[in-house]
Design a protein around this ligand. Structure first.
Ligand code: AMP
Length: 173
């Protein structure tokens, strides 16, 4: 199904077009309708197959169509978090959605400044996300969209306690 038939927000369709995506890739064709239907999804695909946009497109659509709900994307590494944030920013395009990148080794001062602006999309690594939860500078009470990117790798890297902490903090639904 083409992007134009998925019922996406017009500003998101414009951003997808500006990115030069014409047809959804197979992982996108499989994943996007399921996530738009608000179902939980576990999906696997190789790097380079468009997996970031497979969750990014329904995520940005969700943020454009809601007002107080927020989204969290956890990735195993800082590099991946930075790349995911770049993809998200291009999908957000001119849409008015504030974001924050919470990764280790980066300035806490800068992150605290971004958190004060009440971002609706957080992308980050498990350790730093948990630091912010402990400091109460990150609240997840409106986080109804959660992505665990490369979850197998996060579990291999020993992030189970941090992931569990997030799962206990987000709303049950
Ligand atoms: P990823 O698998 O998320 O690392 O994406 C690999 C590359 O595919 C990125 O450079 C994306 O910009 C690009 N991409 C994602 N979706 C599409 C699409 N539907 N059509 C063309 N390129 C895409």
């Amino acid at each position: 199904m083409p992007f134009t038939k998925l019922g996406l927000a017009p500003e998101l369709l414009r951003a997808i077009e500006a990115e030069g995506y014409t047809q959804p890739t197979p992982i996108q064709t499989g994943a996007i309708p399921v996530v738009l239907a608000k179902k939980d999804l576990l999906a696997g695909a190789q790097t380079g197959t468009g997996k970031t946009a497979a969750f990014g497109i329904p995520l940005v659509n969700f943020l454009l169509k809601t007002q107080k709900d927020t989204a969290l994307v956890m990735t195993p590494t800082r590099e991946l978090a930075t790349q995911v944030m770049q993809t998200m920013n291009s999908l957000i395009g001119k849409g008015n959605i504030r974001t924050a990148l919470l990764i280790g080794g980066d300035s806490m001062h800068k992150q605290l400044k971004h958190m004060k602006r009440n971002p609706r999309l957080i992308v980050g690594t498990p350790g730093r996300i948990n630091d912010h939860l402990k400091r109460n500078t990150l609240r997840l009470n409106n986080t109804t969209f959660l992505v665990l990117d490369e979850s197998d790798r996060m579990l291999d890297m020993g992030f189970t306690p941090q992931i569990n902490q997030v799962l206990e903090t987000v709303p049950k639904k």
